[in-house]
Design a protein around this ligand. Structure first.
Ligand code: F6P
Length: 361
């Protein structure tokens, strides 16, 4: 009789609860015991918060957003801030305490659900001898080794719906609406929602943009009778002359922190250069909230069940991955070594260009 546990780490993504439900049910149906670790790895430091997961506990949670286990992106046991009474903090390696608790509680395996940060930690624990199976998660879809991660389809659907709604208000006022979507390092959400939502311009980190080219496109549209425009910009998009406008502060992909938002910058530049009335907005965490789409729900359930099969097969230090049409197991070290980005010669970009969308390049 196996005794396994599961945690969720990093930013939440729609589908996490579906993974928890599938892991619990697949384990229960093998007569295994399943426990939920609260708040990423921190629940293995303070073990009071470990909960038993049963069919009753997970019944119906697959359709609910967030994670019933809670999550954090500040809980790396290999580099944990430890503070004294006067608030002075230092980073310490407390991973041995996690290992000790894991062994003391007689867990046979951990299912670690998370993005590249959490799965890097999972891999480090695997190297210390913990039997771990990873489940990749990110709404940005920038994790290597898998065709797609859960949460992405939901984020794209929410962004597309928002863009759809912007058309009527933009058209009524002959305005340019600039909408910022998530995607720090990769432009998958911007690209997919921008194409689906009939955007005029899409700006992504993989294609540094020239604001003049963006303005040229809008003026060309105007001559053709389309007086309003929708510009979709990924939060990590960078202007070609980014150095100049960032005043040297911050790394390339985070210049918007300095600027008060890349969407704000783009909207102001468009107004200044074309005289067109422009507005900007940031969709932000709306893209991560609420129920997963059917696609994400199903993918999450498949990932969860496959993780339990991996444990049964003794296949540790691997993560489950979609290799269409099947779920495969990929070594964590291999998946973590891949930086997945939008392929600028891929067919999605070609589709966008074919239908007249401008990338500002
Ligand atoms: O990686 C997922 C993501 O949603 C990014 O798209 C975004 O930049 C980031 O997380 C936001 O993080 P936080 O929840 O810490 O604000």
């Amino acid at each position: 009789r196996m005794k396994i546990c599961i945690n969720t780490g990093g930013g939440d993504a729609p589908g996490l609860n579906a993974v928890i439900e599938a892991v619990t049910m697949a384990a229960y149906n093998r007569q295994w015991e399943v426990y939920g670790i609260k708040s990423g790895y921190t629940g293995l430091l303070n073990t009071d918060e470990i909960i038993r997961l049963t069919p009753e506990k997970v019944d119906g949670i697959a359709s609910i957003g967030g994670t019933i286990l809670g999550t954090t992106n500040k809980g790396n046991p290999f580099s944990m801030p430890v503070c004294n009474a006067v608030g002075e903090c230092e980073l310490r390696d407390v991973s041995d305490r996690v290992m000790d608790n894991f062994k003391r509680l007689r867990f046979d395996a951990l299912v670690a659900v998370g993005g590249d940060g959490s799965l890097e930690i999972a891999h480090q624990f695997a190297e210390k001898g913990m039997p771990v199976v990873g489940v990749p998660k990110t709404i940005d879809n920038d994790m290597g080794g898998t065709v797609i991660t859960f949460g992405f389809d939901t984020a794209v659907s929410i962004a597309t719906e928002a863009i759809d709604r912007l058309h009527s208000t933009a058209k009524s006022h002959d305005r340019v609406m600039v909408v910022e979507v998530m995607g720090r390092n990769a432009g998958f959400i911007a690209l997919n929602s921008g194409i689906s939502g009939n955007a005029d311009v899409i700006l992504i980190p993989e294609i540094p943009f020239d604001i003049e080219k963006v303005c040229d496109k809008l003026m060309e549209n105007e001559l053709n009778g389309r007086k309003y425009a929708i510009v979709v910009v990924a939060e990590g998009a960078v202007p070609k002359d980014g150095e100049a406008i960032s005043k040297g502060e911050g790394e390339a992909g985070r210049q918007h922190v300095v600027l008060g938002g890349i969407a704000d910058y783009v909207a102001k530049e468009i107004s200044k250069r074309t005289g067109k009335d422009s507005r900007s907005m940031v969709l932000g965490h709306l893209q991560r909230g609420g129920s997963p789409t059917t696609f994400d729900r199903l993918l999450s359930l498949r990932f969860g069940a496959a993780a339990v099969r991996a444990i049964e097969a003794g296949k540790f230090d691997h993560m489950v991955a979609l290799k269409s049409p099947d779920i495969a197991l990929v070594p964590l070290a291999e998946a973590l070594g891949i930086e997945k980005r939008v392929r600028t010669d891929g067919d999605t970009i070609l589709t966008a260009r074919d239908i007249g969308i401008c990338f500002g390049d």
